[in-house]
Design a protein around this ligand. Structure first.
Ligand code: AGP
Length: 580
């Protein structure tokens, strides 16, 4: 999703901005741009495309000036064009802004400014910020007052950084923004990776605050203009030390890391959360995308093993239900801890004074500041847009949580880890199947019982990485309508371990086979109905989800390679979806 960055100091801003925008590339974007301030005027370059290519052609990093702002855009308002790319200048050309988030009332502001003869060139909501700032600054000639007046008029959740009157100013309103300083240099960024590793302590801008970076001092204010004292926090360096090593892609590296990363979950915080949950009658687990699939597994297990009322809800669909009261707990699952749908749901729950807990990967994320108890899954930074290792670490956390709540030994993570290694070692089977499936346009992924959320997660990986349309379904559901689409051209992946779901899935597979479709069976047990068999190790039935997702992730990855797609940067997608 959009990244914003700002720099002011003794060095040239442009090469620094380009360098750190590259580090934040994993967030996903469609265009890139920077503005610098040189001899009292602002110079901007911006284009659609990847940072490396845009910079090579347009020499963004050669712009002069010691103050600058930079942006990678993920389009929300207005199509992917050079004009819609950020930064956006005000009509006078004296103000430039980069923005993350959404200005809900931008049309209203635009109309109002147009009456005062302001012109607009882009279709974005962001451009209004630049012109509104100009409008307010021309009235007051005072940075602080014009910022307060502008903020008052903007509705929505956003952060932005602006060059105004040769100074850098950053505003945070419900979107993360952090600041690092060293030897007279200031770095502002929406992501920890936008701050140089040499900086040990950073300042997280408080929500609803803004900061003015003067040559000698940093002034921070709340939205009413009251001065705020800021605190610094020690940076976790491990987030910076990230490299692909010898792997072709981060996605593959992260798939392979899973045998280790599932072992790193934070057991202490799991115990703390289990104590809180033990006293709770009703549990609502929320998440989006992959994290929602983890929530479905959690629901399945908790209903069976904890004897509580449990529901899993897609974060965007979360609403306060009449039976949610002080006996209810919300558990928000999120890799990034920045997903707007999740943050909104948590805000809603907090307003109702419900107990709100989180299972999260990024320890410095917004979500961690909003919850009564936070469990960190600790799988290390995940760069690949498609969630892989964070999913298995979310599941490992859920299993351990369940052990604590039910006082039963349920899982041996060391043996799960060994099984994952075995699957990874046999990846040639999956690679061969990917060669056969590369021209397939549609697929079904079937799973019964606890395997259904894995079928959904597998289908999501196939869509994201290989752009193959994939639909997850319970095996038996196919005959209630979708069977009409099954013929000799169809391919169906069946998750079919030898457990209580096996016989019913076998019946579904027979029905599909009778209509000529090809079956890819993921199982620890051979069945002659499979056209292709992905052999799985045998493991305790109810921890099977933790290992059966691995061949699906591998399949999606190798299909992407077969189709010449870049698995680390799927089209149209962003790593953390910070807008609604
Ligand atoms: C997963 O592969 C996706 N990229 C996406 O569905 C993701 O899981 C979703 O956006 C939620 O993200 P979060 O876990 O960071 O909240």
């Amino acid at each position: 999703m959009c990244s914003v960055i700002g720099y002011s100091g003794n060095n040239l801003a442009a090469p620094i901005l380009v360098k750190y925008l590259k580090k934040m590339e994993y967030r996903g974007y469609d265009s890139v741009g920077i503005s610098t301030c040189h001899k009292n005027s602002i110079i901007t370059k911006k284009k659609v495309g990847r940072i490396y290519e845009v910079n090579k052609k347009n020499k963004l990093d050669r712009l002069p000036g010691n103050v600058g702002i930079g942006h990678t855009r993920w389009a929300t308002h207005g199509s992917v064009t050079d004009i819609n790319a950020h930064p956006h200048a005000s009509n006078s050309g004296k103000i430039s802004i980069v923005h993350n988030g959404i200005i809900e009332n931008y049309m209203e502001i635009k109309k109002h400014l147009m009456k005062s003869r302001y012109k607009f060139y882009s279709d974005t909501d962001s451009e209004v910020i630049a012109n509104l700032l100009q409008y307010n600054f021309e009235k007051t000639s005072n940075i602080k007052k014009s910022m307060i007046n502008t903020i008052k008029q903007l509705h929505g959740k956003y952060s932005f950084i602006t060059i105004l009157d040769n100074k850098l100013i950053a505003v945070r309103h419900h979107k993360s923004l952090m600041l690092g300083t060293k030897d007279g240099e200031c770095f502002i960024s929406s992501d920890i990776l936008g701050i140089p590793i040499e900086i040990d302590d950073i300042i997280y801008l408080k929500d609803q605050s803004f900061v003015i970076l003067g040559e000698k001092r940093i002034e921070m204010y709340d939205f009413s203009g009251e001065h705020i004292r800021f605190k610094t926090k020690r940076i976790e360096k491990k987030f910076h030390k990230i490299s692909k090593l010898d792997y072709k892609h981060f996605t593959l590296k992260e798939i392979i890391e899973q045998a280790k990363s599932i072992l790193q979950v934070n057991k202490r915080s799991i115990m703390k959360l289990s104590k809180l949950i033990k006293n709770t009658e009703k549990i609502y687990i929320i998440g989006s995308g992959t994290s929602y699939n983890a929530a479905l597994i959690a629901k399945y297990l908790m209903v069976r093993y904890c004897k509580k009322i449990v529901d899993a809800i897609i974060a965007e669909e979360f609403t306060i239900l009449p039976n949610m009261d002080e006996d209810s707990a919300i558990i928000a699952i999120s890799q990034s801890g920045e997903t707007a749908d999740v943050i909104d749901a948590v805000d809603m729950a907090n307003k109702e004074n419900l107990n709100v807990y989180a299972i999260v990967n990024v320890p410095t994320s917004l979500l961690t500041t909003k919850c009564d108890c936070v469990v960190k899954i600790n799988c290390g930074i995940e760069i690949g847009v498609a969630a892989t290792k964070s999913f298995t670490s979310q599941l490992a956390t859920i299993y351990l949580l369940l052990e604590e709540i039910s006082n039963k030994k349920l899982i041996n993570l060391a043996s799960v880890s060994k099984s994952i290694l075995m699957i990874l070692e046999n990846k040639l089977e999956v690679i061969n199947i990917s060669k056969i499936l590369k021209n397939v346009k549609n697929m079904y992924v079937l799973g019964n019982g606890i395997h259904y959320p894995i079928a959904s997660e597998g289908a999501l990986k196939l869509k994201e990485l290989s752009t193959i349309h994939a639909e997850s379904m319970f095996g038996g559901e196919l005959k209630h309508g979708s069977l009409t689409l099954i013929d000799e051209n169809a391919y169906v992946i069946a998750i079919n371990p030898k457990d209580s779901t096996y016989d019913d899935m076998k019946i579904s597979i027979s029905e599909i086979k009778s209509r000529g479709a090809k079956i890819v069976g993921i199982s620890n047990h051979y069945n002659e109905l499979y056209d292709y068999w992905i052999r799985m190790p045998t493991i305790n039935e109810f921890v099977f989800p933790l290992i059966e997702i691995i061949p699906l992730q591998l399949l999606a990855y190798y299909l992407a390679l077969e189709k010449n797609l870049d698995p680390d940067h799927p089209k149209n997608l962003a790593k953390s979806v910070t807008v609604k």
